[in-house]
Design a protein around this ligand. Structure first.
Ligand SMILES: Nc1ncnc2c1ncn2[C@@H]1O[C@H](COP(=O)(O)OP(=O)(O)OP(=O)(O)O)[C@@H](O)[C@H]1O
Length: 264
C-alpha cells in the first residue's frame, strides 16, 4: 500500500457525482444513468441445516450511489444482517453478484478479498465490537495500521478523529471504561478513518438509550456524508429511517420496495 496514496483517500476512486447527491431514486441496478457505487444483482442466499436447504434471501437486487444514505428495514429474521454481510463481502451469496467500485467481489480470492474489504468498507456493529485489549486510540487506528500507514500519520489522524467524535483526551482509555455511546463513537471513527467508499452499519443504535442513540446517529450520518460515502444502515428504528435518503424493506427474503423516500 502506498501510504501517500492511501492518505489522499481511496486507492480506487469511487464513481463521482460532482459532489452532488444523486437526484435520481434508483429501483434496482442500472435502471437509469446514475452511476452506482455498489450493485447487488439477483442475490440469493441459503444455508444448510440437518441436511436441508433453508432460503434466507431470494433474487434481491439493489444499488446504492456514492453519497447516498439508505436504511434497510424488515422484521426480525427477514434477512437484513445476511444481506449486509453479502454486500460487505463477509459472506458469499448462493447465487448472484455484488459489485463494489466496479469490482465483482465474488471473483476476489483471499487475501485479496480481505484487502479489498478493508480498504473500501467500514463496518459499525450493534455491540461496537471494539478490541478490548486496545485503547480507544489504538482501536481507531486499526484500519490505518492494517494498511501500513506510518505511525506519525496514524497518530495525527487519530487525534483528529477523537476530536471529531467528541472524545478528545480519551484516547488512552480502554473500551470497558467507556460508556456504550462512547464506545460506538470510537467504532464510528474506526469505520471512517480510512475513508472507505461504503459504510455498513448493523443496528448501530440498538444497544443504546434513545438520547445516546440519537447523538450517535447524528454523528454517523454527518460524518459519513463528509467524504461522499455511501451509508447502508440496518435498523428497526423509524427515526433512523427518517434520516435516510431512501428506504429498502426486506420481507420474507425479498425486497418489498426499492427506492421509496423515507417516512416524513
Ligand atoms: N448460516 C446460517 N445458519 C443458520 N441460520 C442462518 C444462517 N444465516 C442466516 N440464518 C437465519 O436466517 C434468518 C435471517 O437472519 P438475519 O440475521 O439476516 O435476520 P435479520 O433480519 O437481521 O434479523 P434481526 O432483525 O433479528 O437481527 C434467521 O432466521 C437466521 O437464523
Amino acid at each position: 500500500m502506498d501510504v501517500a496514496q492511501f492518505s489522499r483517500g481511496r486507492e480506487v476512486k469511487p464513481l463521482q457525482h460532482g459532489g452532488e447527491k444523486p437526484s435520481t431514486i434508483v429501483a434496482g441496478p442500472s435502471r437509469d444513468t446514475t452511476i452506482m457505487l455498489i450493485e447487488a444483482s439477483n442475490l440469493s442466499y441459503a444455508y444448510r441445516e440437518a441436511g436441508q436447504s433453508h432460503s434466507v434471501l431470494q433474487d434481491v437486487s439493489a444499488a446504492i450511489a456514492a453519497g447516498e444514505r439508505v436504511a434497510l428495514l424488515g422484521r426480525s429474521g427477514s434477512g437484513k444482517s445476511t444481506l449486509l454481510n453479502l454486500l460487505g463481502g463477509i459472506d458469499h451469496p448462493t447465487s448472484g453478484q455484488v459489485t463494489l467500485n466496479g469490482e465483482p467481489m465474488g471473483l476476489l480470492r483471499e487475501p485479496a478479498l480481505t484487502h479489498f474489504r478493508r480498504r473500501h468498507i467500514g463496518y459499525v456493529y450493534q455491540r461496537f465490537n471494539l478490541v478490548p485489549t486496545l485503547t480507544a486510540a489504538e482501536n481507531i487506528a486499526l484500519p490505518l495500521d492494517l494498511a501500513g500507514v506510518s505511525r506519525k500519520e496514524q497518530d495525527a489522524e487519530v487525534l483528529r478523529w477523537l476530536d471529531a467524535v467528541g472524545l478528545a483526551g480519551r484516547g488512552n482509555t480502554f473500551p470497558d471504561l467507556l460508556s456504550g455511546g462512547e464506545q460506538q463513537r470510537v467504532a464510528i471513527a474506526r469505520a471512517l478513518i480510512h475513508r472507505p467508499a461504503l459504510v455498513l452499519a448493523d443496528e448501530p443504535t440498538g444497544s443504546l438509550d434513545a438520547q445516546t442513540g440519537e447523538q450517535v446517529l447524528e454523528l454517523l450520518f454527518n460524518r459519513a456524508g463528509d467524504d461522499q460515502q455511501a451509508l447502508l444502515v440496518v435498523t428497526h428504528s423509524d427515526d433512523v429511517a427518517a434520516r435516510a435518503d431512501r428506504v429498502l424493506v426486506l420481507e420474507d427474503g425479498h425486497l418489498r420496495n426499492n427506492g421509496e423516500e423515507p417516512p416524513a
